[in-house]
Write a protein that binds this ligand. Structure first.
Ligand code: NAP
Length: 539
């Protein structure tokens, strides 16, 4: 007989965890939690897994980290069975890979697709989260884990007359799933960041004419993409454990050869040879040439001038080459990796429109007006980037203790502990949130590290009967200060990048990622966990 005086047991939440997003982060989080015996429900706005690679289907979309490194390492059999076909995988292959992982680990049965999370509210009385989805359902869970991605909230600037355009409109970050046929079309593309640098050469080959509206030129280094032959893959597969280990010891989590030499202590001719060697090798490796490139402007200028020289060689019109040659710090904005980008401007059907001194005036029914000229086009491609790092979190109405909303908490910029957790938001975790190395590193190993750390924290709590975890305000403030202090030491402040939030009107100007490098960050995380989750309040 039950004791009539005993209080009624609190109904438990429906799931141990709700995970928001089924990109690489959400997928692995689900797998890891399942393996530990936790129940989880994933909500995904898209119709399939893949996150970034589900949405960014623009022509030419491909990874700028080599495929063999931009891949999961948590399962050796998966690593061995998957055959990457190119040095830099293109979007369709990356999406196939994500689908393969989902099938291999039977993930889809716990993922609800086509379901956008609208709000997440911490219910203090029950000690759990209530997550509301677009289908008007409400799901309770002890933990809410945001796997919402760093670059997943597309930015469409509010151009005057935007809605009056009668032609086709596309955003690189939200590309249609159907084929887009630019043949015989006059196309305008706005933006010259990574997405544009990848798509411009392909669109130019198809369109009748392509107008590129450039506000700020970007540095791009050649990818030297190539098919991966069987021999090369066999070698990589045999070396996977060692390669992953080496990668984890580098700042970016990429197995690169980072020089410890300084550009300014190297003779000019040797420096030129080293830049040339790295240029021929291709990819982001270029910036590993010298350790002072991102901290000393004079050192940086040597690399920047080298790339400007290459642009002048690759572009036949010197007037166009000068417009394409960036004047700012190389690596301040994300370095682009290109396949025939600069040469595209040698084509007769490509026109570069410089809008650096006069913004695009407005969009009309038939095209765009800039610098007093009307450009009539059939389609406009907005390659205008993302509300990075915070956008995908803030578009969900998240509230923690006492109804404190994340929007209010982050009014002056994102605040978190390790980029993983937020004071006043118990049992809420972010994977690669602001304050973590995330976008400055190879996303896959970074995601895996976060997922494993979060899963370990949940297991730790379960083993000790702990219900709630949240950072103390003091630990959070210290971390925010540390992240800002490190960022202040680099040249990353010298340009208006999305790292700083400058691309979004009204967004606080805060350098969002942790710049101390992957190994240091992991050391911090491990030390905190080893000390019983130091800086967290556990109740
Ligand atoms: P982005 O780097 O933010 O570039 C946006 C572009 O749009 C910039 O050139 C920007 O000019 C321009 N723009 C924005 N508003 C404008 C306006 N009102 N008028 C004229 N131009 C305007 O965005 P993204 O190219 O999508 O790349 C974002 C990030 O995603 C990259 O940095 C990278 O981390 C990631 N990504 C990676 C890959 C890859 O793996 N290969 C590919 C694509 C993207 P300003 O510079 O003057 O603001």
């Amino acid at each position: 007989m039950p004791d009539k005086k005993a209080p009624a047991a609190k109904p438990g939440p429906a799931f141990d965890a709700v995970i928001v997003g089924a990109g690489f982060a959400g997928m692995y989080m689900l797998h890891r939690l399942r393996r530990l015996g936790f129940s989880a429900r994933v909500f995904e706005a898209g119709g399939d897994v893949g996150g970034t690679w589900y949405w960014n289907r623009y022509p030419g979309a491909r990874c700028d980290v080599e495929s063999v490194q931009y891949s999961y390492q948590f399962d050796a059999a998966l690593e061995q069975e998957w055959e990457w076909s190119e040095r830099y995988a293109a979007q369709p292959e990356l999406l196939r890979y994500a689908r393969h992982v989902a099938d291999r680990f039977d993930l889809k049965r716990d993922i609800q697709f086509n379901t956008r999370v609208i709000s997440a509210r911490f219910d203090a009385a029950q000690g759990h989260w209530l997550v509301e989805t677009g289908d008007r359902a409400c799901t309770s869970a002890a933990f809410c884990i945001m796997a919402t991605g760093c670059l997943s909230s597309p930015n469409l600037p509010c151009f005057k007359g935007l809605d009056s355009f009668a032609g086709d409109r596309y955003h690189t970050g939200h590309w249609p799933h159907e084929d887009v046929d630019f043949r015989g079309k006059r196309v305008a593309i706005i933006g010259t960041g990574s997405s544009a640098v990848q798509s411009i050469p392909i669109i130019a080959r198809r369109a009748e004419h392509l107008y590129v509206f450039q506000r700020t030129p970007n540095y791009a280094v050649p990818a030297h993409n190539r098919p991966l032959d069987a021999d090369a893959l066999t070698k990589v597969k045999a070396d996977y454990p060692a390669m992953r280990k080496r990668a984890k010891q580098t700042m970016t989590g990429i197995d690169f050869d980072y020089s410890d030499k300084k550009a300014l202590e190297t003779a000019a001719a040797d420096r030129q040879r080293e830049y040339e060697r790295r240029w021929r090798h291709g990819g982001l490796w270029f910036l590993g040439a010298y350790q002072d490139l991102m901290v000393d402007q004079a050192a940086n200028d040597t690399a920047a001038e080298f790339v400007r020289g290459k642009i002048r060689q690759r572009v036949s019109s010197q007037e166009v080459a000068e417009l394409l040659a960036p004047k700012n710090t190389i690596g301040c904005k994300r370095l682009c990796v290109d396949i025939g980008y600069y040469e595209t401007f040698n084509r007769e059907n490509v026109t570069l429109v410089d809008v650096s001194t006069e913004p695009i005036e407005h969009i009309t029914a038939r095209g765009l007006r800039a610098r007093g000229v009307d450009y009539e086009v059939d389609a406009i491609v907005f390659a205008t980037g993302f509300d990075a790092m915070t956008g995908s979190l803030l578009r969900i109405d998240i509230s923690g203790r006492n109804g404190l909303t994340l929007e209010t908490k982050w009014q002056e910029g994102p605040r978190s502990y390790l980029g993983v957790a937020i004071a006043q938001f118990p049992n809420l975790f972010m994977i690669t949130g602001p304050g973590s190395p995330s976008v400055l590193t190879n996303m896959l190993p970074t995601i895996e590290q976060h997922v494993e750390w979060i899963a370990d924290a949940l297991a730790f709590m379960r083993a000790r009967g702990i219900a709630l975890i949240e950072p103390s305000g003091e630990a959070e403030a210290d971390w925010v200060g540390h992240v800002a202090e490190l960022a202040g030491r680099t040249l990353r402040y010298t340009c208006g990048s999305w790292y700083l939030g400058v691309n979004i009107p009204g967004k606080p100007r805060v350098f969002m990622p942790y710049i101390g490098g992957f190994p240091k960050y992991v050391e911090h995380c491990n030390e905190i966990a080893a000390n019983g989750y130091q800086g967290f309040v556990l109740t």
